[in-house]
Ligand binder design. Structure first.
Ligand code: AMP
Length: 405
């Protein structure tokens, strides 16, 4: 099924073809007709499934023939959890919309708001924004929502994780009642459904990746290793296997800085990306990493949210995340759009509880590999449901209960 049969007009199909997309991905095949028909939608789709185009393309189409937007007004609002994601989604809007005459802007905090305010004065067709900055703009009357036609909540699960629920509710309360609502989330947890209900009534629901599976083309494996040997193991894998690139997840800012200097001592150039670095530095590092000029990037969980990198070959969980959904999200950064990828986790005894939660979430054990010279002195036992953190056990119980009822 080519893009041209989905009901998109020529300038949009042309832009997509220029990106080299031949056929719509499953989420695009299912979501585009629903959105073109003006219906509300709730979609479970992870990053990497082509979800961004699945809402951007029909929104561009639906806005094509409407009159020009008025001052300080917007017609489509896409809410994202992070500024990085806002920038990436807006870049996609500009890319897919390059043959149509619609305006777009990414608006996020942490930078001077004045230029954003100036641009809002003329009105913007498609605004991609993080919740906090949007509310600030609304409060200072730099933006009005009375012409808004469509609301997208992107990465709803991350929004909740990052504590944006109150902001989102405030925004939704201020929008016109008659509007189209679209919600995308990697998982449709009870909390996400609750959030969806506050904004959306009768939505069509699409689930692309079943809740408990991860993406198929990712080679996941782990090494059990003592905590103090993790940095030596990383250097060994990088040098021994001539890795060209890796995004390395670590828990703390301090840990990130330390790891960068440990790698440097072994002749491996890496950079840390975390909330302590300025937005300009983070954006530059991300560009360098995407361009292949920076080979190894060490990121804390928060900073890494929303990072979109095509063809990322490898992610390394230097530390395992506390939240099993974060694991799924992290490894989803590799093996995108059909490419193959590798997700490697370093698991020390300290990570055992997190490992249990993750393997429970996956419903399978992650393959263990031994690396000569790095065998863990503190053994990490096979994971077991009884060891999963309480939160994970509760939600698992709920899942089991709801699948029985
Ligand atoms: P997303 O899930 O929106 O983060 O998209 C993941 C990646 O898939 C992005 O790099 C897109 O450029 C790419 N992509 C989106 N749609 C298609 C398609 N129909 N065919 C091939 N690649 C695509």
């Amino acid at each position: 099924m080519p893009f041209s049969t989905l009901g998109l007009s020529d300038p949009i199909v042309k832009a997509v073809a220029e990106q080299g997309y031949l056929i719509p991905t499953p989420i695009q095949q299912q979501a585009i007709p629903v959105i073109l028909a003006g219906k509300d939608l709730i979609a479970a789709a992870q990053t990497g499934t082509g979800k961004t185009a699945s809402f951007v393309l029909p929104i561009l189409q639906n806005l094509l023939d409407a009159p020009a937007v008025r001052a300080k007004r917007i017609r489509a609002l896409i809410l994202t959890p992070t500024r990085e994601l806002a920038i990436q989604v807006e870049a996609n809007v500009a890319l897919y919309g390059k043959h149509v005459h619609l305006t777009s802007m990414a608006m996020y905090g942490g930078v001077d708001g004045e230029p954003q305010k100036q641009r809002l004065i003329e009105g913007i067709d498609i605004l991609v924004a993080t919740p906090g900055r949007l509310l600030d703009m609304y409060t200072s009357r730099a933006i009005h929502f009375d012409e808004l036609e469509v609301l997208v909540i992107d990465e709803a699960d991350r929004m909740l994780d990052m504590g944006f629920i109150a902001d989102i509710n405030k925004i939704v309360e201020r929008l016109p009642l008659k509007r189209q609502n679209l919600l995308f989330s990697a998982t449709l947890s009870d909390q996400v459904r609750f959030l969806a209900r506050t904004a959306i009534e009768n939505a069509v629901e699409i689930a692309i990746a079943p809740d408990t599976t991860t993406m198929p083309k990712i080679d996941q494996w782990l090494v059990t290793v003592d905590k103090e040997n993790k940095s030596a193991l990383l250097s060994h894998l990088i040098s021994g296997n001539q890795w060209q690139q890796a995004l390395i997840f670590i828990e703390t800012k301090r840990g990130a800085a330390k790891l960068v200097s440990q790698l440097e001592k072994r002749g491996i150039k890496a950079e840390a990306i975390h909330s302590g670095r300025s937005q300009a530095v983070r954006a530059q590092l991300l560009d360098d990493f995407k361009a292949g000029e920076l080979h190894f990037m060490v990121a804390t969980g928060i900073a890494a949210r929303g990072i979109d990198i095509d063809d990322l070959q490898r992610v390394v969980n230097y530390d395992l995340p506390d939240d099993a959904d974060d694991y799924v999200h992290r490894i989803g950064r590799t093996g995108r759009a059909g490419a193959s990828g590798e997700a490697i986790s370093f698991v020390s005894r300290d990570d055992f509880k997190n490992l249990c939660a993750i393997e429970n979430r996956l419903g399978e054990f992650i393959t263990r590999k031994e690396i000569a010279g790095f065998a863990a002195k503190l053994e990490v036992p096979a994971s077991n449901a009884a060891h999963a953190p309480k939160k994970a056990q509760d939600s698992r119980r709920k899942r089991i209960k709801s699948s029985r009822s």
